[in-house]
Design a protein around this ligand. Structure first.
Ligand SMILES: Cc1ncc(COP(=O)(O)O)c(C=O)c1O
Length: 388
């Protein structure tokens, strides 16, 4: 098996358009990234107690893509670690415990952050200090009511925390709400909820593991689309194009207490090879105009998805399903989706319509024909299968 650009090839050589992978946003095995990793690995790789210019150069370049208030960077190997660290920083700054996330959020796998990832299912208990709020569901809420509706949920969660004697430390959201079903628009709807958490003394943590690095097409970071300034931004997945690189950006004043009181060392987070990978990814995004590309491909995908309704879905296993809504799936973004439902009026989801990686029959019959390749895609939201 191998990957190249947007394509994946299986053991038989059949190729698939990889619309599923949310890591290789510069394409599989990009030669510039591969070369950068190999070059640095052949010169030096150390754990991060050794000083190396690579970490400074990369931190400066990464922070240069964000508002200047976010002036410190810390590196980890996974998005889970980054969110875990963000929570620790938020709690040490606010001296509070409460965490608010969306109802089908996914933020990672460490013990602490799994307790704030309700999409992991009922066998993973939410933490005592965690509250969930309804996602800003653009399918069910009118665009003009979205900001107020989402903020109302956050205010209710704050009140409930307080009623249980817990002060809120942070609101943490994936700024495209990918595991809740992908809710990107209207831009700006996050602002009221951010005000609400700040009024209650909490911080706003933007989880950019999914939307970051220009994948929305119209902004380098998802939070920028909403015109809000997070206290902490967490990042992961595409940062190293498959090489395990993640981290966070934070306001210096927010980090001060943690910096004083807690020792932070992460053996691999920020090592020279990871930094070379991260730098190369930024090169590719810039040089190849990948934000413009995300806009172009997003527009095309959306136009094609729109053409599928209102006729019955051609998928054989869901003959009764209709793509019922294409609103709020990202006008110009690499993130796009069609919603499948049985019933337009009741807006019920049609669960489990297809596997995440589905092999197209034609691809099996015509492996030599590139146009016959299957498409790998994912199912998200409460009725979907994929959280991460
Ligand atoms: C929004 C979000 N946050 C955090 C994570 C966790 O990242 P990782 O799998 O690198 O630990 C994921 C992974 O899917 C994610 O989608």
């Amino acid at each position: 098996m191998r990957g190249e650009g947007v394509w994946l090839y299986d053991a038989d050589g059949t190729r698939y358009l990889d619309a599923y992978n949310n890591v290789a946003s510069v394409g599989h095995c990009h030669p510039h990234v591969v070369e950068a990793i190999a070059r640095q690995a052949s010169v030096l790789n150390t754990h991060t107690r050794y000083l190396h210019e690579g970490v400074l150069d990369y931190a400066e370049r990464l922070l240069g893509t964000m508002p200047s208030e976010l002036a410190h960077a810390m590196f980890t190997c996974t998005g889970s670690e980054a969110n875990d660290l963000a929570m620790r920083i938020a709690r040490s700054h606010t001296k509070a415990e409460g965490l608010i996330v969306t109802r089908f959020a996914y933020h990672g796998v460490t013990a602490a952050i799994a307790e704030a990832s309700p999409s992991l299912g009922k066998f993973v208990q939410l933490g005592d200090a965690v509250r969930t709020v309804p996602a800003p569901d653009s399918y069910r809420i009118a665009p003009e009511a979205m900001g107020t509706a989402f903020a109302a949920g956050v205010r209710e969660a704050i009140a409930d925390l307080k009623a249980h004697g817990i002060r809120p430390a942070a609101l943490m959201v994936d700024t495209v709400f990918s595991s809740d079903g992908i809710f990107t628009d209207p831009t700006g709807f996050l602002a009221e909820a951010v005000d609400a958490i700040r009024e209650a003394g909490g911080l706003f943590i933007a989880d950019e593991v999914q939307p970051g690095l220009g994948r929305t097409g119209d902004a380098f970071w998802g939070f920028l689309r909403h015109g809000v300034l997070p206290d902490i931004v967490t990042m992961g997945k595409p940062l190293g194009a498959g090489h395990p690189l993640a981290g966070l950006a934070v306001r210096p004043d927010v980090l001060a207490a943690f910096g004083r009181e807690c020792r932070y060392f992460n053996t691999f987070g920020g090592n020279p090879v990871s930094m070379a990978a991260g730098m190369a990814v930024l090169d590719v995004i810039e040089k190849e105009g990948l934000m413009d590309n995300a806009q172009r491909v997003g527009r095309y995908l959306r136009a094609r998805l729109s053409r599928t309704g209102p006729a019955p879905c051609p998928h054989r296993r869901c003959a009764r399903c209709r793509p019922v809504c294409r609103r709020g799936t990202g006008e110009r973004s690499q993130h796009a989706g069609a919603r499948h439902g049985r019933d337009r009026a009741r807006r019920q989801p049609l669960a489990r319509t297809a596997g995440a990686a589905q092999r197209d029959r034609r691809a099996r019959q015509h492996p030599e024909d590139p146009s016959a390749a299957g498409v790998l895609r994912s199912q998200r939201g409460p009725a979907g299968r994929d959280a991460g």
